[in-house]
Design a protein around this ligand. Structure first.
Ligand SMILES: [Zn+2]
Ligand SMILES: [Zn+2]
Length: 216
């Protein structure tokens, strides 16, 4: 039990480091204009979104195999970010155990939403940042009870294009995810009820933002 605890602690420290590195570029974002999250689309009637919007949101994922690279001769290179080695047996995607562990950890911490979300809930001490509801381990994800905890994008996920982010190249995808979608400064813990309210308000303010954007 103790071993498990320690392991988790060191993990979360690393994730803080990683996300800390990312956070700086959040400065330019209009955090004051709190517009809400429609990240949990399932909480909102689908008819409220344009179909194009929901398609765009679905594509906001960076898959691990997108990091696969080939050299000029078509040989598979190690996936790890700055590694220039070719893959080496017994590893199919990496040159060494070190690269495998390092890259997988980095990827899971930053691109795997459940890990990002859990870190935010932990940071916020499992407490809704609006109403202060705090839920214990058993209750926080239990959807059979009336309320539970979710992770909210303060500036909604779908606003990335308004902020100058793109999802066209791998480089831009990584940038968008690390600097915006999974940026800890843009994430907070909300209970389901507050999250729903915030999301509904957001639906009202979004058309205004689109108008502003069009006029420019
Ligand atoms: Zn390597
Ligand atoms: Zn709440």
């Amino acid at each position: 039990m103790i071993v498990k605890k320690r392991k988790r602690k060191s993990k979360s420290k690393k994730s803080q480091k990683l996300s800390g590195r990312v956070v700086t570029s959040m400065r330019s974002l209009p955090t004051k204009d709190r517009i809400l999250d429609k990240e949990k689309e399932k909480n909102v009637p689908l008819a409220m979104f344009k179909e194009e919007d929901s398609k765009k949101i679905l594509r906001l994922i960076v898959y691990i195999n997108e990091f696969d690279r080939l050299d000029k001769e078509g040989k598979q290179k190690c996936r790890n970010n700055d590694c220039r080695n070719l893959v080496c047996k017994p590893f199919r995607k990496y040159c060494s155990r070190k690269c495998s562990v390092e890259f997988t950890r980095w990827y899971n911490k930053n691109f795997y939403w459940l890990n990002v979300r859990n870190n935010i809930l932990k940071r916020d001490d499992y407490t809704c940042q609006i109403c202060g509801l705090k839920l214990n381990k058993k209750k926080r994800h239990n959807k059979k009870i009336a309320n539970w905890l979710e992770c909210d994008h303060i500036i909604p996920k779908s606003y990335y294009t308004f902020l100058g982010y793109n999802f066209d190249t791998l480089e831009n995808k990584i940038k968008t995810v690390l600097e915006f979608l999974h940026n800890e400064n843009n994430l907070r813990t909300l209970c389901y009820k507050c999250h729903k309210e915030v999301t509904l308000n957001n639906q009202k303010s979004k058309p205004l933002l689109i108008d502003i954007n069009d006029n420019n």
